[in-house]
Design a protein. Sequence first.
Length: 409
Amino acid sequence: MRILLADKLPEQTVQDLEDHGHECVSEPGLKADDLPGRIGGFDVLVVRSTKVPRPVFEAADRLALVVRAGAGTNTIDTDAAAERAVLVSNVPGRNAAAVAELTLGLLLAVDRRIPDNVADLREGRWDKTTYGKAEGLLGSTLGIVGLGSIGFLVAERAAAFGIRLQSVAREGRSAASLARAEELGITMCDSLEELAATSDIVSLHVPSNAGTKHLVDEAFLARMRRGAILLNTSRGDVVDEDALLAALDEGRVRAGLDVFEDEPGSGRAEWSSPLAQHPAVVATHHIGASTTQAQMAIARGVTEIVDAFTAGEARHCVNLDPDRLGSHAIKVRHLDRVGVLARVLDRLSNAGLNVQHMTNRVFRGGEAAVASIDVEGDVSAELLDSLARTPHVLGVAVVTMDDGAGTSP
Ligand SMILES: NC(=O)C1=CN([C@@H]2O[C@H](COP(=O)(O)OP(=O)(O)OC[C@H]3O[C@@H](n4cnc5c(N)ncnc54)[C@H](O)[C@@H]3O)[C@@H](O)[C@H]2O)C=CC1
Ligand SMILES: O=C(O)CCC(=O)C(=O)O
């Protein structure tokens, strides 16, 4: 695979990928606007914060996979990628501990005004009178919005401080997630409104998408307790920044922020922001994931995704349709001969069946293989019979996706 790395990634990423037989070109200075002119000839693009907009997919000739070396994929036009059949994968969970650590760091920094303490001491001012006033965290209530990889690790760390934990009840939470929440003593509010009104600290860990844009808005901020702390290490646009600025100006809330809606995409830039400069805010430079530990873990994840892709697997892909798995899964065991699959697909096509997903794995020794074909439509006994009678086919089985019942003629 020819791989373009358009961001600063650990040396280890390049080393691992090259050790696995891939050709890597590392150009960390590339910007979103440069990418359309540079993407030609590459199969895989790896990025961190560099934006990947629609023109990149329009200009690409052989691009098949974009790997986001991190969690959030909001910087990549995943719809444009889907239209051109380009897979977009992220590396979930690997940087979660780093973000959770920063989140707790921001909380302590806001509660004790650590940055202001430090700044005054560096200027030669001793001021215990001002800084010797803080609420303290023991027994306070933390509302976690987004109980995923990071949210849970924040919960674990906050529990060690004796902080009470709550989140919002959400449909579709897995049994494992519910059990972990129970184990950590996280109670569930019935609504976001309830969480806002009953938390001393609110910490945001949701992905940025249409459903979470300005999730923290004027109404949410108005419900928050006076003096409450808002922590945002997710994405800038999850918060209505104008509304937050107003709440800060009125002294209603304090905040610890690692992310901003208009933050620079590059490592260094001239940039100022009334939020980041506000005295009631402790702000960092979107460094949640920027620990060596996290970046090494991400580097290993990138290699795993590229290797899986090379072997035909779309791992951690965020732009495949999860509902288009077909109504039936047909397994065809066959001798590994030229033309068998073409004849099988021909019979499916004649039966009016649309293939949704397909893999073909060859057995050790190379004599035989098994094709797994997910199709949408009615699978008749006649079709199964004709598939079974296809030259070099050894056996056919079908599983109906809805009820899991299998037949094996
Ligand atoms: N500051 C930084 O450097 C970093 C920031 N992030 C940001 O943090 C986000 C979360 O990361 P992870 O925890 O790894 O992702 P995750 O996918 O493990 O967790 C996200 C959770 O949010 C929940 N969720 C989604 N929409 C929601 C809504 N409307 N209300 C309540 N819950 C909702 C999901 O069900 C999921 O449990 C990323 O999408 C990314 O934007 C991630 C890594 C580093
Ligand atoms: O790579 C970075 O520094 C940003 C990490 C991040 O925001 C993410 O993983 O979603």
